[in-house]
Ligand binder design. Structure first.
Ligand SMILES: [Zn+2]
Length: 407
């Protein structure tokens, strides 16, 4: 890729594949790849580093946590991989209890034994692959190419419009899907995902949601699209996805800290999305993310905004109750602390939208690890579970729909 305006070394933070005496290769030179190679002279002691995002001014750090690379010529070889800068990553505490994801076919992802040493700050993955090639990643990747396929097949469905709302710093398209037809008295429901590109479960979630929402035989989807217009942006940060970032776009902007004053120059993703929201109106928003540390699915609400009211509290409580009924993976016991009145960070999407449109707006979080109350030992939290959790959002939305603007 040579279309880039933001010099960060390479457009994609790729390590170069290297051969060794043993003939093993490591490579991350593709869409969503990320690893640097320090030393791979022994299969039992391979030393790697995660390449950081561009420096992020709002967060005052160069984020790092996302890794995604392929190893080849490894069948039957006992690999020990050390990620030596794990301790300097964005959320080191999140490595505790974490198991790395692996796949042979890039479809089925399973967990492999992983240990984090708090003293040395080294994350160690141990695995003996059964196939010639294996992919290792922080979470099952949802690549930019898979995103393009999702957009292509969804926009070809009945009653779906594709709105190309703008362009990113790297020249990627900003794809917004409109499902159903807007009309007087019809609420506009917005679901956006993956402002933080390393949180790939958010796009798996959007994939499952769109699959159900475009199923013309599904009663919930049929009724929802009769009664509301649904806008879905499955990937708000295609540049970060392509480049293998954890948290920022190509310009080093944490998009979920850009909503108070988005700038067309360095946060065009938010600038254009908010511009279209202002034009169309918002009656409900779910902004989908992944949380590195907490082993739960939960929401962060907008309790701290200046316009918080009994009405918004009733809507948020009603939505949480409805989502719990739709999916036992959703819970309200564990999550972030609630903002004190007036203390909301208005640069965050859900706070800005809740205030600006006086509507129900939440940030939804899924785990990178697993759900502690009902773990799945082989895959942990997975694309399959994120997709079904996305599909389960639809009945919850349908249930609260009549209350969104009720007097
Ligand atoms: Zn996030």
């Amino acid at each position: 890729m040579d279309v880039h305006r933001w010099a960060t070394g390479a457009t994609s933070p790729n390590g170069i594949g290297k051969s060794t005496a043993g003939g093993i290769y490591v490579n991350s030179n593709y869409d969503s790849g990320n690893i640097e190679i320090e030393d791979m002279s022994e299969a039992g002691n391979i030393k790697l580093r995660i390449h950081p995002d561009p420096f992020c001014e709002t967060d005052n750090v160069s984020h790092a946590m996302w890794f995604n690379f392929r190893m080849t010529n490894v069948a039957g070889k006992a690999l020990t991989l050390h990620i030596n800068n794990a301790g300097q990553c964005s959320f080191p505490v999140a490595w505790q209890g974490y198991q790395a994801c692996a796949s042979y076919d890039l479809e089925h992802w399973f967990r492999v034994p992983t240990q984090y040493d708090t003293d040395s700050g080294v994350l160690t993955i141990q695995h003996t692959p059964e196939c010639d090639a294996v992919q290792y990643a922080y979470f099952a990747p949802y690549t930019y190419n898979r995103h393009r396929q999702l957009i292509a097949r969804t926009q070809a469905k009945r009653d779906v419009k594709l709105l190309m709302i703008g362009e990113t710093c790297d020249g990627h398209d900003l794809n917004l899907l409109q499902l159903g037809t807007p009309g007087p008295g019809k609420p506009n429901v917005w679901i956006i995902a993956r402002q933080h590109p390393g949180e790939s479960m958010a796009e798996w979630f959007a994939d499952g949601l769109l699959e159900r929402l475009t199923d013309s035989h599904d009663a919930v989807s049929r009724h929802l699209l009769r009664d509301a217009c649904v806008f879905v942006m499955p990937n708000v940060n295609p540049d970060g996805t392509w480049r293998g970032h954890l948290r920022t776009n190509a310009a080093g902007i944490n998009l979920n800290r850009a909503w108070a004053k988005p700038c067309e120059e360095d946060s065009p993703e938010v600038f254009h999305l908010l511009r279209v929201m202002d034009k169309k109106g918002v009656d409900m928003l779910v902004d989908v993310h992944g949380d590195e540390e907490l082993p739960y699915c939960f929401i962060a609400g907008s309790e701290g905004i200046p316009g918080w009211s009994d009405r918004l509290k009733g809507l948020q409580d009603g939505f949480c109750a409805a989502y719990k009924r739709a999916s036992p993976d959703f819970q309200t016991k564990f999550g972030y602390g609630v903002d004190a009145p007036g203390e909301a960070n208005m640069t965050i999407c859900s706070n800005q939208v809740a205030q600006r449109f006086d509507c129900l707006a939440v940030t939804l979080e899924m785990p990178f690890k697993d759900t502690a109350d009902h773990p799945e030992p082989v895959q942990g939290w997975s694309p399959e579970r994120a997709k079904r959790f996305g599909a389960a959002l639809l009945p919850a939305i349908y249930e609260v729909l009549p209350t969104l603007r009720a007097q």
